[in-house]
Design a protein around this ligand. Structure first.
Ligand code: SAM
Length: 278
């Protein structure tokens, strides 16, 4: 039997009724277009009955789209002013929504779920990037999250999904791609937000992949930090301070006159593997 989707007031009206004037300090740029929100909620794939972590629900535009898709949503929101609006969604979708008020940076999502969960978030840039690098740097692999669907500034989304040789390619791309698949799922025009931010946005979708064997995450970080720390320099110069790294280039047949931005993610992994075992 089809689920009956409750009729909800427009988000614009919810914002007005609860006096949710956008706070700049909390990076509040709200999405109001329900069709766009349904398209965003569809990016992770079918959500019927699935646990979803939403960070920064605000007045609940994306939250209601996730609930409509049948997800069981746990939402972490910093701004207490948003709680009454979210309580209305809880009433409209009984048993599907749990709201936690707090700073997502201080809450370990692993404590909130007993099974793999999908992450969906439209967050301020600094919070989103900090959470993203944390989720990708975990010791445990595969991680507890089954996928990440996150809104970023377009420029950051391009840095996450860049390939070797792209001008946006750097440490973030290697971190996002060495044991995950990361794709730019949708560009979102600044005019879709209220108030509109200064720059364009895009949604990145990340799924965990198999972790290459014999590589320490910390060593890979050290290699990319050294290589991209001096990205215009040849590898034989930029990797000089990392013991054994220039010898590793030789052993792997990687030309030491190349620059960091020309090395594929697999080549960075190979260097880190030699050093992890050395
Ligand atoms: N999800 C809503 C939407 O798409 O319209 C709101 C998006 S708005 C860009 C970001 C939301 O994240 C705001 O509601 C803000 O209060 C919340 N937020 C900001 N920092 C946060 C943090 N550290 N932890 C949890 N929520 C945060």
């Amino acid at each position: 039997m089809d689920r009956i989707t409750p009729t909800l007031p427009p988000i614009r009206e919810v914002i007005a009724r609860h006096g949710l004037s956008a706070s700049k300090a909390l990076g509040q740029n709200f999405l109001l277009d329900e069709q766009l929100l349904d398209r965003i909620a569809a990016i992770p794939g079918p959500l019927q009955g699935k646990p979803v972590l939403e960070v920064g629900p605000g007045p609940g535009g994306l939250t209601r789209a996730l609930l409509r898709a049948g997800a069981r949503v746990t939402a972490i929101e910093m701004d207490p002013r948003c709680l009454p609006a979210l309580a209305e969604l809880d009433e409209a979708f009984p048993g599907q929504l749990r709201v936690i008020q707090g700073d997502a940076l201080a809450i370990d999502p692993a404590t909130l779920f007993e099974e793999p969960y999908v992450v969906v978030a439209n967050l301020p840039y600094n919070v989103g990037t900090a959470l993203f690098t944390g989720w990708l740097s975990g010791q445990e692999w595969p991680p507890r999250w089954a996928s990440l669907t996150l809104m970023f500034q377009l420029e950051v989304a391009q840095r996450i999904t860049a390939a070797a040789g792209d001008s946006a390619y750097g440490r973030l791309a290697v971190l996002a791609q060495w044991r995950s698949a990361a794709k730019l799922a949708m560009k979102v025009h600044r005019s879709a937000f209220t108030p509109p931010p200064k720059v364009m946005s895009a949604i990145v979708h990340v799924t965990p992949a198999e972790m290459p064997g014999g590589v320490s995450a910390r060593m890979l970080e050290r290699v990319t930090e050294a290589a991209f720390g001096q990205r215009r320099k040849m590898l034989r110069q930029s990797l000089k301070a990392l013991p054994g790294a220039v010898d590793a280039l030789d052993a792997l047949g990687i030309d030491p006159v190349r620059r960091a931005e020309t090395l594929s993610v697999a080549e960075f992994v190979a260097i880190a593997r030699v050093l992890s075992n050395g």
